[in-house]
Design a protein around this ligand. Sequence first.
Ligand code: HEM
Length: 366
Amino acid sequence: MATELLPDGTSPEKSINPLFKWLNDRLDLVSIWQLAQKKEVPIHKHSIWYYMGGITLMFLIVQIITGILLMIYYVPDLNSAHASILKINTRIDFGWFVRSLHCWAANLMIFVVFLHLFSTYFMKAYRKPREITWLIGMGLLVLVMGFGFTGYLLPWDQVSLFATKIGLDITSKVPVLGDQLATVLRGGSIISQNTLSRFFAIHVIILPLLLFGLLGIHLLLIQLQGISTPKSIKVSEVKYEKFFPDFIFKDLLVWILALNVLFVLVTFLPWGLGEEADPFAPAPIGIKPEWYFLAMFQFLKLIPAYIGPIEGELFGITIIGLIVLILGLVPFWDTGASKKLSKLATYFGLIVLLSMIIFSIWGALS
Ligand code: HEM
């Protein structure tokens, strides 16, 4: 077998770079290089969706860097939280820029996670052998939404306080453990310093640790299993390109494009800050959660207080839970063995996606 060349153009045996040789003897870099050379990515009419996971990753990197920078000045204390954000926004050099990057990238990341979820869903990438990749993905979705929910309270402004109140009230209605979960998150029966401290710890320690763990497995599985090709594409219609350098180069170009979108938003629409929260003030009129919780919120609002003997919110949350469960377990009921179930999965996904869009727009306008 012909030996493949190393990045510096020499063959591994003849490499004269002593640092490379030293590292290779310990880390077997040649094998990693050869693996990267073998990896291929399918090219077909739906290939554009393969970039969504990478864009999510890029936004995550932005979040980590800007999050660490924000932590230098942010104070998770009821009397100082709002003032510390105000200071970041107005008195720290480029503070407004870093904060806006963090807020905008968070929203864009959640948006792209949904694109990634639905594109892998409709391409049926969850089927054997990628069931675990899908399940881990569902876990990542919960974590990403958790980041949004806990981060929203941290600036301690009026809207974030009351939106969190609504979120925790809804959490308390979750069957079985909802009440306990809401009490633990709140640190008591009302939103207080306990809540802010807990949300801060969850946002900067607990969720990142869980995210790194799950994401590590997600990415490892993708390396082991490669990228899937949808069954709807004929074998003759698929070409392949090398992951390195072809796909990775295009991936980087797409990252630059996504970064441009982020920078335009940050520059022209810098993230604002509302009035400091006052837990004793009446709730601002028309208070709504962030857009990614809006579909759920609007759906729950439409349900009457009681459906027969069952409380309306409990009924609504049970329905949402069932939908998430059916979606999460899709690799186990749409295995590809039955055409009927395959169609059902597609229609189910379409109904969920359309309902999410309609309820979100409805929620935003009402
Ligand atoms: C922090 C969030 C996430 C990151 C950073 C991430 C990253 C990635 C990357 C880089 C890929 C390979 C390229 C691609 O197909 O896009 C991928 C593949 C995949 N992801 Fe994710 N992902 C995340 C969340 C999710 C979610 C929420 C789901 C669905 C529930 C999911 C399901 C999958 C599946 C099934 C594949 C395999 C695609 C294939 O082989 O065609 N991921 N992910």
